[in-house]
Write a protein that binds this ligand. Structure first.
Ligand code: NAP
Length: 394
């Protein structure tokens, strides 16, 4: 469109390529909106809205939020930002982490009545009639996956939701869910330093499920811009096992290695981290659509540029083994404490636990900021099908 003086107000942005998620066409790179409401330091409403709108201008139309981010704040923000642009975007949101009892009493819910209520509330906050991709944020404590997906499929039939997704699941849950209703995408942490979803790739390929990597920048760490000593107490990373103490110091070598690849290629480290994630789609044989998070136009524009970065064999070889050098877990283990546990074990730790265990799980050593949405994860169960009546393993 031309301005009043005939000149273009902004250069026409290049059209971003798209990816098909089982019939849902999304931009090849999305935008994670979580940090616009909490977890990564101070956020500014206007800058956040501007970031989303600049993203849409640049073709970043796949927007990721959740009812738990800012306890509803994030969905309201995203909804306001896309007002008047609804048809240009694909809205993905999540439910299942019930924060209504306070952060010390979070629960993972998937009972039919809750699913229905959660969806209506998200639609209201977003100000839309349909959610394009609706994820179960974590496997529920109080319902079998069949009940939860059954309720989600009713939402599809009612026209409130278009496609279904899961976040951080293992093969058993993915297969059981998919048997009830086709699953379009699994959202899991995936980056140069978090490779666990690769274990699930064969079954995702078999079922036709895409991977939506969250925290593809390692929560900012891989960009080399995070100053650990400057993270405020409300910043989730100030108490995350990978960012703190000796582990944090040791992991600086990983950020430095990404940085040296970036210097050689003449691009920002963030683009190297994102280009690496994009490059894995061919190797894994599944669609891969990362959703880097930012609340700043500057970073958003830089991240869009990652789609033009091609990593050469030398760069891929240098980045390949960095995950082996990571010290510290992605989240604190259940019950808090500083003992890191294996990331591979954590990805598959998706059974059910008693609410008492979940309360413990939401607590890490004395820092409220560490109660990020995912560290109320359920624990590994004894062998066999997880069920609501099972007791957690000691
Ligand atoms: N399913 C789940 O359980 C789950 C869990 C976590 C996140 N998510 C979703 O995934 C999205 C992305 O993950 P994430 O936000 O946790 O981590 P991320 O994308 O790996 O990193 C976000 C951090 O990187 C910084 N950043 C972004 N672009 C940058 C650049 N070009 N240069 C330097 N720093 C940059 C951001 O800074 P600023 O904050 O200053 O912009 C922010 O602190 C979230 O927004 C959320 O929607 C889902």
């Amino acid at each position: 469109m031309s301005g009043a003086d005939g000149a273009d107000p902004r250069p026409t942005p290049p059209r971003m390529s798209t990816v098909d998620l089982r019939g849902l066409t999304v931009s090849a790179q999305g935008l994670g909106c979580m940090g616009m409401s909490e977890w990564y330091g101070q956020a500014d409403w206007d800058e956040s809205v501007a970031t989303i709108r600049r993203g849409v201008e640049l073709g970043v139309t796949f927007l990721d939020t959740a009812n738990v981010y800012g306890d509803g704040h994030n969905e309201v923000l995203v909804g306001r930002a896309v007002h008047g642009r609804r048809d240009q975007v694909q809205l993905a949101t999540k439910f299942g982490i019930d924060r209504s009892g306070g952060d010390g009493s979070r629960a993972l819910r998937g009972d039919r009545a809750y699913v229905k209520r959660a969806c209506d509330a998200s639609l209201l906050r977003l100000g839309v009639e349909t959610i394009d991709l609706y994820y179960l944020h974590r496997p529920a404590q109080n319902a079998e996956i069949e009940e939860t997906i059954g309720a989600m499929s009713e939402l599809v039939a009612e026209g409130k939701v278009r496609h279904l997704g899961l976040s951080e699941v293992d093969e058993d849950l993915l297969r059981r869910a998919h048997a009830v209703h086709p699953i379009a995408a699994v959202q899991s942490e995936y980056s140069i330093w978090s490779r666990e979803p690769e274990q699930l790739a064969p079954v995702m390929r078999e079922l036709g499920v895409a991977l939506v990597p969250y925290s593809p920048l390692g929560r900012g760490f891989l960009t080399g811009t995070v100053r650990r000593s400057e993270l405020g107490p409300q910043d989730f990373r100030s108490s995350n096992p990978r960012f703190t103490g000796e582990a944090g110091r040791s992991n600086e070598a990983i950020a430095a290695a990404v940085g040296s690849v970036a210097v050689r290629l003449g691009v920002p480290a963030a683009q190297v981290a994102l280009a690496w994630v994009h490059s894995q789609a061919a190797r894994l044989g599944i669609p891969v659509v990362p959703i880097p998070g930012t609340k700043r136009v500057r970073w958003l524009e830089q991240n869009v540029g990652a789609l033009d970065v091609e990593l050469d064999q030398e760069a891929l070889a240098e980045l390949e083994s960095l995950s082996d050098r990571v010290v510290g877990a992605r989240y604190w283990p259940r019950g808090g404490g500083s003992t890191a546990f294996a990331c591979t074990a954590e990805l598959t730790a998706v059974g059910y636990v008693s609410s008492r265990s979940v309360n413990e799980a939401g607590t890490s050593p004395g820092k409220a900021a560490s109660r990020e949405e995912a560290d109320v994860r359920p624990a590994r169960t004894t062998a066999g099908r997880p069920g609501v009546s099972r007791r957690p393993r000691a």
